[in-house]
Design a protein around this ligand. Structure first.
Ligand SMILES: Cc1ncc(COP(=O)(O)O)c(C=O)c1O
Length: 408
């Protein structure tokens, strides 16, 4: 039945869709379920003690500042710290181009608000981060999907699109250890993408929550750093990152490194959203960063997550070799599985939930459909012994599905 509120919804609000992952979280909270579904960090790795000390310090030394309204741009000392951190990655920008956001998710929404008109083309990877699609649906873009392979976004496909006259408002790329695919854009493709951005005056949104979670191999240069190297200033890339995966997602603090021309507009748009990100939490994070927490914490996370990734790869090899293909991500939190053509991952999920194991079917990550036989597995959240058990349950679920003759 249509309610008063259904009839009064704006056109944009009619496009809002629930996230397949957030919907699954209700099920995965049950203790008997082993979840590879959410993109959740390992809760036992949260640096609770260090954050408690930081909170105590801030509330003792500077409560009037930490509990007061603050600037929309973010807490100045934390912005300065991030500026230094980014300069270490060869992205040196003036202070006013460093902004704090309430998670990267808010940065994505702000970008949608500023850059998308109804019907405007927006280029995204296939598959891409579901939360970006969710943030942008209400602005009603026309999503143009670009294929990906083991080297990340197919930049040649983008080039063909541009040559054919398509002019996306921006290209959205999760450049390292992508969510959901686990892939990393190769250095050669990064270079080409930045050249295309310059040739076609094409904005690039580089979303990089996982870049620090590297388990082997060299880190590729940031797209933002290549842009700075080419022009002597940040010109075509808006760079997003977050403390969600480095400290804890419940803090809800991310950062945006923006070309000068967009900085003011981002700040004004954020004013209307939430005035500013929480003062106390920004001051706590600064305190934790200032005292060097990340220098020990990031290596610890790398160690723990590498082990979990390897455990999952071992279990997949043991139980699912022959039934699926998967990649070996060199960092991040996700593995991408491709099942036999005729197996529908949505049907497999229903069978999997009966076996008390969860994952996200791949279709959710494709803006224009596809990927019915693909799925995303998170390896950072479950403890190693649960990972082995969960993969075995997945195999049982697949056996049950195929022996029942259920395909699509
Ligand atoms: C690619 C990507 N971008 C952005 C986000 C949102 O992060 P935050 O917690 O900072 O809002 C996530 C979270 O999983 C993500 O995977």
């Amino acid at each position: 039945m249509q309610t008063l509120w259904d009839r009064h919804l704006s056109q944009g609000a009619r496009e809002i869709r629930s996230s397949a992952i957030r919907d699954l979280l209700h099920v995965t909270e049950r203790p008997e379920v082993i979840s590879f579904a959410g993109g959740l960090p390992a809760p036992e790795c949260f640096p609770a003690e260090a954050l408690k000390i930081a909170a105590e310090q801030v509330l003792t030394e500077n409560p009037r500042l930490a509990l007061q309204y603050g600037p929309t741009e973010g807490y100045r000392p934390l912005r300065d710290w991030i500026r230094g951190h980014m300069a270490d990655r060869d992205v040196a920008v003036p202070g006013e181009q460093v902004l704090l956001s309430s998670g990267s998710q808010q940065g994505l929404d702000l970008i949608g608000k500023l850059l998308i008109d109804p019907g405007a083309p927006v280029a995204v990877e296939a598959p891409t981060y579901l939360g970006a699609l969710q943030a942008w649906y209400p602005y009603r873009p026309r999503f143009v999907t670009l294929p990906t392979d083991e080297d990340g976004l197919d930049v040649a496909a983008l080039e063909r699109l541009l040559q054919d006259g398509e002019r996306p408002r921006f290209v959205y790329v999760v450049s390292s250890f992508q969510n959901p695919g686990g892939t990393t854009l190769s250095p050669a493709r990064r270079q080409r993408l930045i050249e295309l951005a310059a040739t076609y005056q094409l904005p690039i949104i580089e979303d990089d929550p996982y870049g620090e979670l590297v388990y082997e191999g060299d880190r590729a240069p940031l797209l933002a750093s290549l842009d700075v190297a080419l022009h002597g200033e940040l010109r075509h890339v808006v760079y997003l990152s977050t403390f969600s995966k480095l400290l804890a997602p419940g803090l809800r603090v991310g950062w945006i490194i923006t070309p000068a021309g967009l900085a003011r507009r981002l700040v004004e748009a954020k004013q209307g959203l939430d005035l500013h990100t929480g003062s106390l939490v920004q001051a706590m994070i600064y305190e934790a960063c200032r005292t060097g927490l990340l220098d020990t914490h990031i290596p610890h996370l790398r160690h723990v997550y590498r082990e979990r990734r390897d455990t999952m790869l071992g279990a997949l090899q043991e139980h699912l070799a022959g039934a699926a293909r998967w990649n070996i991500p060199q960092g991040g939190m996700f593995l991408w599985l491709t099942l036999a053509e005729q197996i529908d991952a949505g049907s497999l999920l229903r069978s999997a939930l009966e076996h008390h194991v969860a994952f996200v079917p791949g279709t959710a990550f494709f803006a224009n459909g596809g990927g019915a036989n693909t799925m995303r597995l998170n390896f950072s959240n479950a403890a190693p012994h649960r990972i082995g058990e969960g993969v075995q349950r997945l195999w049982l679920a697949l056996e049950a599905l195929t022996s029942a003759g259920v395909a699509v």
